[in-house]
Ligand binder design. Sequence first.
Ligand SMILES: CC/C=C\C/C=C\C/C=C\C/C=C\C/C=C\C/C=C\CCC(=O)SCCNC(=O)CCNC(=O)[C@H](O)C(C)(C)COP(=O)(O)OP(=O)(O)OC[C@H]1O[C@@H](n2cnc3c(N)ncnc32)[C@H](O)[C@@H]1OP(=O)(O)O
Ligand SMILES: CCCCCCCCCCCCCCCC(=O)OC[C@@H](O)COP(=O)(O)O
Length: 380
Amino acid sequence: MIRMGIIKVLKTQLLCHLIICYVFLISGFIVNLLQLCTLPLWPINKQLARKINCRLGYSISSQLVALLEWWSGTECSLYTDPESYSLYGKENAIVVLNHNFEIDFMAGWTICERFGVLGSSKVLAKKELSFVPVIGWMWYFLEIVFCKRNWEVDRKNVVQSLRNLRDYPENFWFLLHCEGTRFTEKKHKISMEVAEKKGLPKLKYHLLPRTKGFWMTVQNLRGKVTAVYDSTLNFRNNEMPTLLGVLNGKKYHADLYVRRIPLDSVPEEESECAAWLHKLYQEKDEFQEHYTRTGRFPGPITSPPCRPWALLNWLFWVCLLVYPLFRLLLQLLLSGSISTVVCTFVFCFAVSVGIRWMIGQTEIEKGSNYGNKEVQLNNN
Ligand SMILES: CC/C=C\C/C=C\C/C=C\C/C=C\C/C=C\C/C=C\CCC(=O)SCCNC(=O)CCNC(=O)[C@H](O)C(C)(C)COP(=O)(O)OP(=O)(O)OC[C@H]1O[C@@H](n2cnc3c(N)ncnc32)[C@H](O)[C@@H]1OP(=O)(O)O
Ligand SMILES: CCCCCCCCCCCCCCCC(=O)OC[C@@H](O)COP(=O)(O)O
């Protein structure tokens, strides 16, 4: 009991957070460098380069999974039918997920890890994320599809990036947050005004989905991808989890409801495909309503088993990097030179500010203005 209390307090200590972030940053830069070294391989053996990059990417993203699973002890329950369950991780799929939470990407990655598709997981991500050190840079080598959330600019680039995935050598899940941005009350209000103008039913828990990205993805990955995984995520007890909460060791419980829909049943024609997606979001809204009323999603619950690899990868980097860090810091501090000591502190402070900025990228409060401007509505 006392030991548990000590561990809990330890998890809230700044020093622990600095060590975790230091390991993440330095290992991330090393992996980014290794990814860069694979560049000459691409023209010679593209498939091998892709496979190597999947493993390297795994070494970065699995650290955030380890943080969620092992450090914070967060649990993930899956609501899905057993028939579909047996196919997860064994086929390519498009995942359509609600976008309400600051750590929904970590919960998504955790599910990917449990089904063995973490290294190869893909997403249609906003371009700004490609500039985030470590993760954004890793994503270039994983062929993540970036968009500027401007259809005129995106239509060509996104199509090309999607087509590149047609001969991808590993099973992958392609994540689409069709709402295009995270849920806020203001964005919800504006998007419901758009819905009203379009004669579409109002949604209570979702923003109105943007349909073009979905249509483009379905069209270009048809034949390669066999299903759409309609996924709805919630956290128990109305929690709004944060990355800082996870870093502080706070335990959450994620509930994910997944319906497997064969891709053949998604219409090909653009307007029909858009109508299909709007209907899907109306259904997703009903599932959320069910969750709010009953505290659970319909159907059977499973907890896909937690695998040890994310933890082992994390421990590997901790063992490799923490001892040299302490030795270096000690040497600098004992050097006797005031300027060296001051520089060391300034450097550590600058790194902490950088990490805080990265964490800020996950915070809804600091999110983009996309979907927030009345002007966008007036233009349409
Ligand atoms: C078993 C396992 C199941 C599940 C496991 C779960 C997950 C694991 C899977 C994979 C994990 C992988 C990775 C995870 C890691 C990290 C991911 C983290 C986050 C990155 C995500 C993002 O960055 S989200 C932001 C970027 N993505 C998108 O925006 C996608 C959706 N957007 C689109 O599709 C857009 O159409 C577009 C981007 C292609 C183009 O943007 P544009 O703005 O130009 O859109 P539109 O042309 O569609 O917009 C105009 C139309 O929209 C109407 N409109 C106007 N105002 C609004 C409004 N406020 N709200 C809604 N609609 C509006 C307007 O009327 C136009 O309508 P039309 O009828 O003319 O189309
Ligand atoms: C292991 C230690 C960890 C420490 C550190 C730092 C990690 C930083 C991770 C940054 C990864 C960023 C991924 C965030 C994904 C996300 O959720 O993006 C939001 C967009 O969809 C929509 O943006 P918006 O329009 O602003 O709502």
